[in-house]
Design a protein around this ligand. Structure first.
Ligand SMILES: *[C@@H]1O[C@H](CO)[C@@H](O)[C@H](O)[C@H]1NC(C)=O
Ligand SMILES: *[C@@H]1O[C@H](CO)[C@@H](O)[C@H](O)[C@H]1NC(C)=O
Ligand SMILES: [Zn+2]
Length: 482
């Protein structure tokens, strides 16, 4: 047998195993329950370098990202979120009509190549970016995405694993098992995690993503949280946003050429734990620690389809990818939250009755983006320490814009100040003076009262001459304001 024949044989073996054990995609624990799985572990039937024929190398991928950034500089920005173990930059393409600028719009992220040996996603993500660039003027959906979403695309989270043609990173760690897990106590720390994992964790602290998806290979299904179960058994384990997630996963599978026709997975979607539980996965962490609704998309039964099939696979996934991104602006309840006394944006919390998950408005702009399954009635509540919570019912068709204006809680004290002086700035010293005056039983001599009154006059004059800056008022006219 020649060398070429051997490598072909290895590919055939690989395909046979991926049909028998499709679950290898997200991977499972290598227990006797899934005896076949470690057959595909690195070392045994490692595919030869030949499988990557026609796929972009890491250098070519970097060139493609830079070329995109230059060609489409008016709607994009290229940045890196860190480096791999081997020192390769983890490049991101941001696509928006105002890239790099904070706007009251939802953000979506796509992550490809989490597993080094699952390269289809990174190819599709480059195609997606270029397609948006070529079509945002003439195609309404592309235009909608560019104008209403900040789309961040990380084509390869694991370039080292790709170079090595293996699942894990250069330290042989499966990155989709390296995140903090809800069933291991109090461990939302970066220490001891892989550089690629840390880069994602830092990224989510800087950018508030409404939803996201990572792209994998080895099956054809849209997978949603929870990925892990408390019992460690294979069981449907619903997260608080189960309805929302089923809707999002359905958007992907039903927009896909044939994902929803799956015989193995009804509608082409699955709860992660119902398929097989994993721990330390990226999607559960996104939802728990960042309120980001992340899906794990298995987009090709074959991890290394012949490169000539990539344009077809892109066509199969194109509408799914576009519709999923657009969903973050076309669905759910969106708005901003302001204070009633000075119009200041408030980074309040948004809760929906019956869903035990709090979403935060962005610090600064105070915009929130709460994805929810459409055609249902919801009770939405905004709350913020120091302010009275407000809630309102919405009948959600597809998308609703709902701004909140919250009243400060400390009503009495600020009322006194408002009458004493026509400015809303309150300071600690002001409050202390008012506090003393608010006690009628306080026995003070006339002299003290006169002195205090004089001091108060001085203070209020001082503050009236220096009104608080940034008395920003809600500018946009919105259909619903609560
Ligand atoms: C989807 O189409 C591809 C390509 O024709 C095929 O290989 C795959 O088996 C199909 N899957 C389903 C679930 O129909
Ligand atoms: C809500 O979720 C938190 C964890 O995020 C949990 O501690 C709490 O018990 C849950 N509450 C209800 C009512 O399920
Ligand atoms: Zn994978």
């Amino acid at each position: 047998m020649s060398w070429i024949r051997l490598s072909e044989f290895a590919i055939i073996l690989l395909n046979v195993f991926s049909i028998i054990y499709p679950a290898i995609a997200r991977g499972g624990e290598y227990t006797s329950q899934f005896p076949g799985r470690h057959l595909l572990d690195d070392g045994d039937s490692k595919p030869s370098a030949d499988v990557a024929k026609g796929y972009m190398s890491n250098a070519e991928l970097e060139n493609a990202i830079m070329a995109f950034g230059e060609r489409c500089s008016n709607i994009s920005r290229i940045y890196s979120i860190g480096r791999s173990v081997g020192g390769l930059p983890l490049w991101v393409m941001e696509i928006s009509d105002n890239p790099g600028r904070e706007e009251p719009e939802p953000a979506f992220k796509f992550i490809g190549n989490v597993h080094g040996d699952e390269p289809v996603g990174r190819e599709l993500l480059i195609l997606l970016a270029n397609w948006l660039c070529d079509n945002y003027v003439k195609d309404p959906l592309a235009k909608f995405i560019v104008e209403n979403v900040h789309l961040h695309i990380l084509p390869s989270m694991n370039p080292d694993g790709f170079a090595l043609r293996k699942r894990g990173n250069a330290k042989n760690v499966d990155l989709n098992r390296d995140f903090p897990d809800q069933f291991f106590s109090n461990n939302n720390v970066e220490d001891g995690r892989q550089p690629e994992t840390k880069a994602i964790m830092r990224w989510l602290r800087r950018i508030q993503f409404t939803a996201s998806a990572s792209l994998h290979g080895g099956a054809l299904v849209a997978n949603y949280p929870w990925d892990g179960t408390q019992s460690k058994r294979r069981d449907y384990y619903a997260c608080p946003d189960d309805e929302t997630f089923r809707y999002l996963a359905g958007v992907y599978s039903h927009s896909h050429y044939n994902m929803s026709l799956s015989k193995e997975f009804p509608e082409g979607i699955t709860n992660g734990a119902a398929w097989y539980p994993i721990y330390g996965g990226m999607q559960d962490w996104n939802y728990i620690h960042a309120g980001c609704l992340e899906l794990t998309l298995e987009i090709s039964d074959n991890k290394w389809p012949n490169a000539s099939e990539l344009p077809t696979i892109w066509e199969y996934n194109r509408m799914s990818m576009l519709n999923l991104v657009a969903t973050v602006a076309k669905n759910g309840v969106h708005g901003r939250i302001f204070s009633s006394d000075n119009g200041k944006p408030l980074p309040a919390s948004i809760m929906v009755e019956g869903i035990n998950q709090t979403m935060k408005a962005r610090v600064g702009l105070a915009d929130y983006h709460r994805l929810l399954a459409p055609k249902m009635k919801y009770e939405v509540k905004a709350s913020m320490p120091g302010y009275k919570s407000k809630s309102t019912a919405v009948m959600l068709e597809n998308v609703t814009t709902l701004d909140f204006i919250l009243d400060p809680e400390a009503g009495r004290v600020s009322k006194v100040l408002e009458t004493a002086c026509d400015c809303t700035g309150t300071t600690k010293s002001n409050l202390e003076v008012v506090d003393i005056l608010a006690h009628p039983q306080l026995e003070v001599s006339l002299l003290v009262v006169v002195t205090l009154a004089f001091l108060l006059l001085l203070l209020t004059r001082k503050f009236c001459l220096n009104p608080p800056k940034q008395r920003q008022l809600p500018v946009s006219k919105r259909p619903i304001i609560v």
